[in-house]
Design a protein around this ligand. Structure first.
Ligand SMILES: Cc1ncc(COP(=O)(O)O)c(C=O)c1O
Length: 321
């Protein structure tokens, strides 16, 4: 179908493309699921719509009623996706944003009509979360969806992303995705374990104390409630560490197969390649790697044009995610 009633109907049903040319093993196929095709540009469109729909169902949001405000601490894709959904549903969105986020992100939020509340740049995304939490206590009338603890986040991946992957790649043996809130891994992981037992679920994390935009290391002290609620330790088969430099290198390598993706996708593909390297020669496997977004929001990193060391240093000072 190519005719839709609303932009929100364009969310999901993203394509999968064969990128096995990047595989280090002839018997291991790698497929990329392209979430950048969602209308606000990332996997988080699914989550934003799912959380708003759930809040409408449980009566926390009332469609059509004036002066309803949502609050979100996101420098990244969830804020942008929520801004789109709120614009179309008629809600006001306040986004708490560290002052050092990339200009692309700030402008995308403004484009969709979100109001920005600044949080200190040196406190990063965690500072934005803390400020939003205290604002939500002071303003109980604002709806705080909080993707890290909202069951509608993993649920939408269980109901949509997982089934799409299995329908398109029924021979899947490994699913590799970045770990941010863990919503993707928990929802898709649970679906695949139930419907294709034996599928391995691999999480990509940055080294403890370092950042790859959008991803977190569970050992850094914050374990998202949705991870614990879904028995994440048991669901994940492996946690693979990818350094910021490798993620940028693989973001560049992805252009070899024609993909222009965000930096977390470089990390995920680096993780998928590490996964492929564990398969014994002569054995076969099929890996699906989650490509969370496209490269447009990361152009100011210089990831495709500048010296690698310069890009790595620049990425430390600015929150691209
Ligand atoms: C670009 C990007 N990569 C990876 C992730 C991680 O996904 P999740 O929050 O489902 O763990 C996110 C979201 O936080 C993201 O926006």
């Amino acid at each position: 179908m190519t005719r839709y009633a609303s932009v929100l109907d364009l969310i999901g049903n993203t394509p999968v493309v064969d990128v096995s040319a990047l595989s280090p093993q002839p018997g291991v196929a790698i497929f990329a699921k392209l979430e950048g095709r969602n209308p606000a540009g990332s996997v988080k469109d699914r989550v934003a719509l799912s959380m708003v729909d759930a809040a409408e169902r449980d009566g926390r949001l009332i469609p059509g009623e004036a002066n309803q405000t949502l609050l979100e601490p996101s420098s990244g894709n969830t804020g942008i996706a929520l801004a789109l959904v709120c614009r179309l549903r008629g809600y006001h969105l306040k986004v708490v944003l560290p002052t050092n986020v990339s200009p692309e992100r700030r402008q995308l939020l403004v484009a969709f009509g979100a109001e920005i509340i600044d949080s200190p740049g040196n406190e990063g995304s965690n500072g934005a979360v803390r400020l939003a939490q205290s604002l939500s206590v002071d303003h109980p009338e604002w709806i705080f969806l909080y993707q890290y603890a909202n069951p509608a986040n993993p649920l939408v991946h269980y109901l949509t992303t997982g089934p799409e992957i299995l329908a398109d790649v029924p021979e899947i043996t490994h699913f590799v995705a970045g770990l941010g809130t863990s919503g993707t891994l928990m929802g898709v992981g649970r679906y695949l374990k139930e419907h294709r037992p034996g599928t391995q679920i691999w999480a990509v994390e940055p080294p403890s104390g370092e950042t790859v935009d959008g991803l977190r290391n569970l050992d850094d002290g914050y374990v998202p409630p949705i991870f614990s609620d879904n028995d994440g330790e048991r669901l994940l088969d492996r946690r693979v560490i990818v350094r910021p430099r490798e993620s940028i290198e693989w973001t560049r390598r992805l252009t070899d197969v024609g993909l222009f993706c965000g930096l977390s996708s470089g990390a995920v593909v680096a993780g998928a390649v590490k996964c492929a390297a564990t398969i014994d020669e002569g054995d076969s496997a099929t890996i699906v790697a989650m490509i969370a977004d496209d490269g447009w929001k990361y152009l100011s990193t210089g990831a495709w044009s500048d010296d690698l060391d310069v890009v790595v240093e620049r990425a430390k000072a600015t929150i691209y995610f």
